[in-house]
Design a binder for this molecule. Structure first.
Ligand code: IYR
Length: 237
């Protein structure tokens, strides 16, 4: 593209230089990693929301960030529907609560209900109407060409999961709370939001400001030792 990039590496059709990469000296890397860890560790799943509106531009920027996620064959098999219309939110709440009633009143095995006890969840989901935005995330099982033929997508769950993680982190970084909500089944989202059959609802992300005095469960994250292993290298470097 430019003489500069051409001078650094031989031209390779379909490739561009990695201009956006930044390397930091190791001590700065450690500082940056720790600062990031400290920041993301402040995220909590919030179930009580204020109805204060949030700027649409924040939601747009965070979805743009999610759209930078790596994906199988770069097919970007996701679609985000950002719902703020009170009527649509009310329909989603009604449909979700119907599923949740079935779940909490006998649909779910006792073992599952016991596992949820610490979270204090039940079939009532007022946040689906209170929170200013519900972001319905859809996973594109396959793509449809304009002529109607199908194109296979790869690692769809992994790709959409990574994009969702970036979205949650971005919203948190911007100063909004989130709740990963998974009414099951949630096919009603296709109908309410008019999404095509090649898209499967992946998750409903509730976002907004926490309600004043919002409480969260007193639960903790596992320490590094419990979640990571660094096997000893055969030959030390
Ligand atoms: N979808 C239900 C139940 C639920 C399931 C799990 I696993 C959670 O971590 C939290 C809730 C609900 O939203 O209440």
């Amino acid at each position: 593209m430019t003489a500069r990039s051409g001078a650094r590496s031989p031209a390779r059709p379909g490739f561009v230089p990695l201009d956006a990469y930044t390397e930091y000296p190791p001590p700065e890397m450690v500082r940056r990693a720790a600062a990031f860890r400290e920041r993301v560790a402040r995220r909590r799943t919030v179930r009580e929301y204020s109805d204060r509106p949030v700027p649409r531009e924040v939601i747009e920027e965070c979805i743009r960030a999610a759209g930078t996620a790596p994906s199988g064959a770069n097919h970007q098999p996701w679609h985000f529907v950002a719902v703020s219309d009170p009527e649509v939110k009310a329909r989603i709440r009604a449909a979700a609560e119907e599923e949740e009633r079935a779940f909490y009143r006998g649909g779910a095995p006792q073992e599952w209900l016991d596992a949820l006890a610490a979270l204090g969840t039940d079939e009532h989901k007022p946040f689906l109407e209170t929170a200013p935005y519900l972001i319905a995330i859809f996973a594109e099982r396959y793509m449809v060409r304009p002529d109607g033929s199908k194109v296979k997508n790869y690692y769809v769950q992994e790709s959409v999961g990574i994009a969702t993680g970036i979205l949650i982190t971005g919203l948190h970084h911007a100063g909004l709370a989130t709740l990963t909500h998974t009414p099951s089944p949630m096919n009603f989202l296709n109908e309410i939001l008019g999404r095509p059959p090649n898209e499967r609802p992946f998750l409903l992300l509730v976002t907004g400001y926490p309600a004043e005095g919002a409480l969260v469960p007193a639960i903790a994250k596992k320490p590094l030792e419990a979640i990571a292993t660094f096997p000893r290298a055969a030959v030390s470097p």
